[in-house]
Design a protein around this ligand. Structure first.
Ligand SMILES: N[C@@H](CCC(=O)N[C@@H](CS)C(=O)NCC(=O)O)C(=O)O
Length: 217
């Protein structure tokens, strides 16, 4: 039975999971959840994720939410197919993947998400992007990217010379960020730029990016 993914292709967190499913060549059914009509805050969806957020993955009688936990499950369940995203066979490599998964979630995401929000969500709410919020978070993001630049000057990807979930988790927010006037923050760091060009051109993500049209006119 195909996995069921509840979400929306334009949503960053749904895209994170879809990128992982495509890397693993796993068959899945995308069940659209309409955020604009607040379908995710209605009882049927709340019974799947009590926090009322997409995405949700159903695999038979197992229901999961939190995109990074879902990708971890998919990468482990389908470890024999597609790209090895968790390096389970090597204790040190898998530990490094976990380290950089945490870095994305605890350091990169908190800096990049408010910037993406200001450029893409605020206008939908009839507000102009708040430059104070953008500037404060750009400074935070720049410091994180300085660490990435140093790391990526000694290995091709974040956890080593192999693509992993740690890199994949960066795709959705960075994709939208690169459409903002702040993209130079990535481009001016040569190793970060090369890494971004590499990971965003993977066929699995290119398929996902086709549906990431949030904010397009
Ligand atoms: N930490 C969660 C965040 C999920 C999340 O923020 N989902 C957004 C879409 S990308 C959402 O459902 N937003 C609507 C809302 O929060 O009401 C994850 O990684 O899955």
């Amino acid at each position: 039975m195909a996995l069921k993914l509840y979400g929306a292709p334009m949503s960053t967190c749904t895209s994170r999971v879809m990128a992982c499913l495509h890397e693993k060549a796993v068959d899945f059914e995308l069940i659209p959840v309409d955020l604009f009509t607040c379908e995710h805050k209605q009882p049927p969806f709340l019974s799947k994720n009590p926090f009322g957020q997409i995405p949700v993955l159903e695999d038979g009688d197992l229901t999961l939410f939190e995109s990074r936990a879902i990708t971890g499950y998919v990468a482990e369940k389908f470890k024999e197919t597609g790209c090895d995203l968790i390096r389970q066979q090597d204790l040190k490599e898998s530990a490094l993947v976990k380290v950089w998964i945490e870095v994305e979630s605890q350091r990169f995401h908190p800096a990049i998400a408010p910037i993406v929000y200001e450029y893409f969500v605020a206008p939908i709410q009839g507000k102009s992007p708040d430059q104070t919020i953008i500037d404060a978070n750009l400074e935070k993001l720049g410091k994180v990217l300085d660490v990435y630049e140093a790391k990526l000057s000694s290995s091709k990807y974040l956890a080593g010379d192999f693509y992993s979930l740690a890199d994949l988790h960066h795709l959705p927010y960075t994709y939208y960020f690169m459409k903002t006037p702040c993209a130079s923050v990535m481009d001016e760091r040569p190793h970060v730029k090369a890494w971004w060009e590499d990971i965003s051109s993977r066929p699995a993500f290119k398929k996902v990016a086709e549906g990431m049209n949030f904010g397009d006119k």
